[in-house]
Write a protein that binds this ligand. Structure first.
Ligand SMILES: NC(=O)C1=CN([C@@H]2O[C@H](COP(=O)(O)OP(=O)(O)OC[C@H]3O[C@@H](n4cnc5c(N)ncnc54)[C@H](O)[C@@H]3O)[C@@H](O)[C@H]2O)C=CC1
Ligand SMILES: O=C(CO)COP(=O)(O)O
Length: 334
């Protein structure tokens, strides 16, 4: 059993370790030769994990053809903005049918499609067996040192979800299943926007009460949006919903939280928007969902997402936006 992993970043490395621990042959594909040399020669990925030694069986290459040769699974762990382009490079190189498993969270750069629909739009049914995701509350920094984690294997086909569950599951990485692809993918995308908001609150000096309120109201907003898109209510109280929302809104490991914190501390997003080079999926996701709601669901209320959008894209002052949220017309339902 071989899995080709697209990416040599933090999540690629975390999941490579899980699969290697499970006896699965892994070969990572990357475009950054320093990361590739670190993995192959020094058996580490220093840029992301300063003190983590990796097994010598975990290998990387900059040759995509070599990476996917003989693979049963292709695991996507590049930021969403690169997913379509790397899959288009994979397509002509495929020599046998594979199952494509996505682990990235957000929307396609070109079409704003979900990740699973992006995969289906690149490959024909003759090229791939199935499409799945492995998503949930899982910071790579903890997974890579085998700290207890639970996530969800997602596929419209329950047998595929079960196969992916068994591929990844072990005694520190517990995997559940769902067939609600839309609900799961909308949850893990939306939560990144709420995590930016959580960081902003923290940077502005607000505390635990504010975060609990944000997570609760963020969950409400995310659930209503996800159901509008066809997701099931129960999915949003699962790992790909509230689970991922909690971990990303509360953890210093979260790049979305860190981005928000930087913005909150300076009470302004412009420096961050110009200078950021990290993977912060919530920034683009806020725009994708904001624009979609404006166009397709003009009566839908998403006050937290709208506030984050205004801070990121309309130079709104974060502290003013927080006050605006607090002073909105009072609601009866909690
Ligand atoms: N880091 C984490 O804890 C988790 C990340 N994710 C998701 O995984 C996705 C990737 O995030 P990270 O690994 O954190 O990002 P990262 O910034 O740590 O790494 C990104 C990697 O992608 C590589 N890359 C860029 N373009 C490429 C291309 N065309 N071909 C091959 N490799 C390419 C970069 O060289 C880098 O190694 C994101 O969508 C994120 O939301 C999901 C769960 C956990
Ligand atoms: O999705 C994640 C944890 O589940 C990672 O979050 P960040 O991308 O904010 O670091």
């Amino acid at each position: 059993m071989k899995t080709a992993i697209l990416g040599t970043g933090s999540w690629a490395t975390g999941l490579a370790r899980v699969l290697n621990d499970n006896g699965v042959e892994v070969l990572m594909y990357g475009v950054d030769n320093r990361e590739i040399d670190d993995i192959n020669i020094r058996h580490c990925n220093y840029k992301y994990f300063k003190n983590v030694k990796l097994e010598k069986e975990i290998k990387a290459t900059n040759n995509l053809s070599e990476a996917i040769d003989g693979a049963d699974y292709i695991l996507i762990t590049v930021p969403t903005k690169f997913v379509r382009s790397v899959l288009e490079e994979v397509k002509p190189l495929l020599k046998k049918k594979v199952t494509v498993i996505n682990a990235s969270k957000g929307f396609d750069m070109e079409t704003n499609m979900s990740m699973s629909n992006t995969i289906r739009s690149v490959f024909t049914n003759n090229e791939i067996n199935s499409v799945a995701s492995i998503i949930g509350p899982s910071h790579a920094e903890e997974v890579v040192v085998r700290m207890l984690t639970a996530v969800c294997a997602v596929s419209k086909d329950i047998e595929v979800a079960r196969a992916v569950q068994h591929l990844f599951a072990n005694d520190y990485f517990r995997v559940y299943t769902t067939t609600d692809e839309t609900g799961a993918e909308m949850g893990v995308a939306y939560k990144n926007v709420i995590a930016v908001a959580s960081g902003i609150l923290s940077g502005l000096g607000y505390g635990d009460n504010a975060r609990a309120a944000l997570i609760t109201r963020g969950l409400y907003e995310m659930t209503r949006y996800g159901m509008l898109k066809g997701g099931e209510l129960s999915t949003f109280i699962g790992l790909t919903g509230v689970g991922d929302l909690i971990v990303t809104c509360s953890s210093i490991h979260s790049r979305n939280f860190q981005a928000g914190k930087e913005i909150g501390l300076s009470n302004d997003a412009s420096d961050f928007m110009i200078g950021n080079s990290k993977t912060v999926e919530g920034v683009r996701t806020a725009k994708v969902i904001h624009d979609e709601i404006k166009e397709r669901f003009p009566h839908f209320e998403a006050p937290i997402l709208d506030a984050v959008y205004s801070v990121l894209y309309e130079n709104a002052i974060p502290s003013v936006k927080v006050k605006d949220l607090m002073n909105r017309a009072l609601k009866s339902e909690q």
